[in-house]
Design a protein around this ligand. Sequence first.
Ligand SMILES: Cc1cc2nc3c(=O)[nH]c(=O)nc-3n(C[C@H](O)[C@H](O)[C@H](O)COP(=O)(O)OP(=O)(O)OC[C@H]3O[C@@H](n4cnc5c(N)ncnc54)[C@H](O)[C@@H]3O)c2cc1C
Ligand code: SF4
Ligand code: SF4
Length: 666
Amino acid sequence: MSEQKNGEVRIGVYVCHCGANIADTVDVKAVAEYAATLPGVVIARDYKYMCSDPGQELIQEDIHNLSINRVVVAACSPTLHENTFRGAAERAGLNPFFVQMVNIREHDSWVHSDREAATEKAKDLVRAAVRRVYFHKPLEKRRVPIHSEVLVVGGGIAGIHAALTVANSGKRVYLVEREPTIGGHMAQYDKTFPTLDCAACILTPKMSAVKAHPNITLWTYSEVVSVDGSVGDYKVVVRRKPRYVREDLCVGCLQCIDTCVFKEPKFDDEFNLGLSKRKPIYIPFPQATPKVVVVDPEACIQLKTGKCKKSCLEACVERGAIDFEQKETYEEIHVGSIIIATGFQTFDPRRLPQYGYGRYPNVYTTLEVERLVNASGPTGGQVVTRDGRIPKSVGIILCVGSRDENTNRWCSRVCCMTSLKLAHLIKEHTGAEVFIFYIDMRAAGKGYEEFYQRVLNEGVHFVRGRVAEITDWALDPSEEGKLVARVEDTNTGFVRRIPLDMVVLAVGLEPQPDALNVQRLFGIGCSLDGFFLEKHPKLAPAPTYTDGIFIAGVCHGPKDIPDTVMQAGYAAAEAIALADTGYFELEPNTAYVVEEECSGCKSCIPLCPYQAITFNEEKKKAFINEVLCKGCGTCVAACPSGSIKQNLFEDEEIFSEIEGVLAYAQ
Ligand SMILES: Cc1cc2nc3c(=O)[nH]c(=O)nc-3n(C[C@H](O)[C@H](O)[C@H](O)COP(=O)(O)OP(=O)(O)OC[C@H]3O[C@@H](n4cnc5c(N)ncnc54)[C@H](O)[C@@H]3O)c2cc1C
Ligand code: SF4
Ligand code: SF4
């Protein structure tokens, strides 16, 4: 690579107009003219779009024709175009790290209106970059090899779709699900909006495909307990909880359940949200995958006391699948990348006592009603109140635990559509009058507005206003034995009292209760709402800041099934691309320890947010793993003996930049 001619530093400065984005506020010609006067600058140009092909060619020609060996580009954010200009320099034979970007858009033209002052600021920033780039050193990107195996955590529709996509590309996938079956929330629904196709009909073929896929190892009832390593080579330990039934022997005939000493189901059925009971040995739902029973150690007499006649064992004597001696086991795997798809929990409406959930038996959540309308649910698809009556009037309250300063500020995105779906299904099943209490209806999605119109035409009543309370206090005979929704109808301005037989709370979507632990385990970030943080909200909504770890589905934020599937496919495509490339290029702006100067005080080790620093006991020196280092600079600033340096952020580079920016004051 051509670096320097006779050791001479020859700097080219390129000032971008960014259309009108910069040029309207900054006098770009004046900035270029000023830059041309700075020491070391051989050429300074301005151009309408520096990032365009002709813009990049300008730089490349100057590298060739004028022997430019340092490049300063004054344009937009380096997040967007640093790689563009580094690439242009590299293609012209210059080490890409001899390029320095100056952000005169976000840092200048977009935040100032005084043209003269903005132009002066641009000159200061360019001067700082010119002084800094003088000291840049050539750096090389290092490559780490990538294991082609992929771990998917969470077996809802996001995890299922991601696992199948990766597996279909020929890569080995480990799918880890903590419940006894895959399927996630979608498995609990009867129909899905807006097309009303049956959830099981579209989900269960995918669940079966996961189980049958030769490239997928499915571990249900399992959890990741530790993650070490970095992109390309994550070492993951998975804990497999005992089901007390051998997966390799159980054929799912369910005879053990029939013969269990508990003649009647007695324990809350989690899949039906406690709306029905199950036995200590059970299968979560008929299409559970794998179709293997599980024994609940909190309910099973044998596991609790060791004194059961174990009729289940007898029923299964030929296959011998039941094994009360089963212990938890640990599996260790190496994977190149990880897709996290751990989903959500629904808001607990007990936090809003005014709606009476938990106090009035006939106040339900939308998730519970999903089970009631389901033919394989606790009532066989009949929508009935707790005392077995078919409701004549049902009220659905929207935004319960969403768009509220006191609970969650975000819109849960699916509750409006879920409520429309349930209004339709409740009407279909019962013929009841249905009221929807809303703040505003959000039906943005393909076919969603049309579905809203359909439900409107079906005669569902829409009342605009937040329900103040649900009460059973009757003020007149029409309210006797009913629940009453007290609401200000903001369309008419009247406070109304609407008697109802059943109230349904459209509960919002929240991060899983253990989201913080998962975040720490995998070393990824969370946004303020507690959902996992993507690398870029528009351009990289599945990658995270940790290389090789991707997120998909509602663990990233509320979304419907189509958006979940799209993000899962995108995460899978990223993981496949990584595996197919076979290597990952590390940014060289990492920190390193100058061993002779390290006093071994260890103060840097706990400060690194990426756990990149370890202590070499033999040498008594700190050591930085450059694969894990993200170049945040925390350790560089913290080291009391100044023995940590960072590529691209050496002292002379930073101090020259500071002197450059302050030079106007001289
Ligand atoms: C009442 C209701 C009705 C809805 N109806 C519709 C509809 O009709 N149409 C539509 O488009 N959308 C609907 N949605 C939205 C839909 O549920 C979501 O878009 C979808 O379920 C998201 O899938 P997921 O895989 O991200 O999450 P989930 O379905 O929550 O799956 C996550 C999975 O990860 C597992 N898991 C969690 N933590 C871990 C861990 N640490 N280790 C291993 N596994 C873990 C969980 O057990 C679960 O199996 C509805 C939502 C609600 C609340
Ligand atoms: S454990 Fe045995 S009896 Fe029970 S479902 Fe499996 S094979 Fe059938
Ligand atoms: S050991 Fe007893 S209680 Fe437990 S599952 Fe078998 S029969 Fe039921």
